[in-house]
Ligand binder design. Structure first.
Ligand code: OGA
Ligand code: NI
Length: 258
């Protein structure tokens, strides 16, 4: 974990030109970099953030498109993602037992997003990442030792302290829908600070595009009607991106109308 965090920091310390070169090896864009959010062109405000994204599965196929700078990137991040993936699937197995459906069989993309939040001269004016619930089943998040992650609880923001050698596991929107609201997606955000850069790495385990995201039969009965519409995951993602900065509008777009 420490070595992975070191190479993530080294990657983001490269020049903009080098980062562009290191993320343009795959014509199909399984590895790329963006400023702010995936929605840069249409978002209402920009975030104080750069993000490196790449696919992690199957590892033998996608690793050839990962950065080669810093030189140890692939050597360190390959085994890192393989282990985090195993941990993630173990956690999904527990959710599967609780929900009475096999989530492992519904998995599609397994992505790593390496976030970088440079020091910000005035953190009161901007966010690293605004309030959101992750769009994956789960996110296994490696925080560095720099504070910045907060979770929304009881109408207020609570600091998620960085704990050495620990992951933060975020439950995402699809599990909230599948459990018909019994499980709550963690609403969280990242704030910036004026002194020191912060780097974090999210390993997202997501449903495949065709998977129907809908309340599981085990979560619905006469007194618990389905709260959410049934949507293929790719349609869920369209709604998610269209409402990225407005969590209330997103929830409304996903809910049944009755
Ligand atoms: C994310 C995320 C928080 C952080 O990548 O979805 O919420 O601490 N990251 O960077
Ligand atoms: Ni998140």
């Amino acid at each position: 974990m420490d070595e992975a965090m070191s190479v993530f920091k080294e990657f983001h310390a490269l020049s903009g030109e080098d980062k562009a070169i290191e993320t343009s090896k795959d014509p199909n864009k399984s590895c790329y970099i963006y400023p702010s959010s995936e929605n840069y062109a249409t978002e209402k405000f920009h975030l104080w953030r750069d993000a490196l994204v790449h696919n992690c599965n199957p590892l033998e196929e996608c690793i050839q498109f990962w950065p080669e700078q810093p030189p140890r990137y692939r050597e360190v991040v390959g085994p890192y993602t393989a282990e985090v993936r195993k941990l993630g699937f173990r956690i999904l197995e527990f959710f599967s037992q609780g929900l009475g459906i096999s989530l492992g069989g519904l998995v599609g993309n397994q992505n790593l997003v390496v976030n970088h939040y440079p020091p910000c001269p005035d953190p009161s004016l901007t966010m690293g990442l605004g309030k959101h619930i992750d769009p994956a089943f789960i996110n296994i998040l490696l925080q560095s030792d720099v504070y910045g992650l907060q979770v929304f609880k009881d109408e207020g923001w609570v600091v998620v302290e960085p704990i050495p050698n620990a992951f933060v596991v975020n439950l995402g929107y699809p599990l909230q829908i599948i459990s018909n609201g019994k499980l709550k997606g963690a609403e969280h955000r990242a704030v910036t600070n004026s002194n020191i850069a912060r780097t974090s790495a999210s390993f997202f385990i997501s449903p495949s595009h065709e998977t129907l995201i809908e309340p599981a039969k085990s979560s619905v009965d006469a007194s618990h009607p389905a709260l959410y519409k049934s949507l293929p995951y790719k349609d869920f993602i369209s709604k998610y991106l269209a409402n990225f900065s407005d969590s209330k509008a997103l929830e409304e777009a996903l809910r049944t109308t009755v």
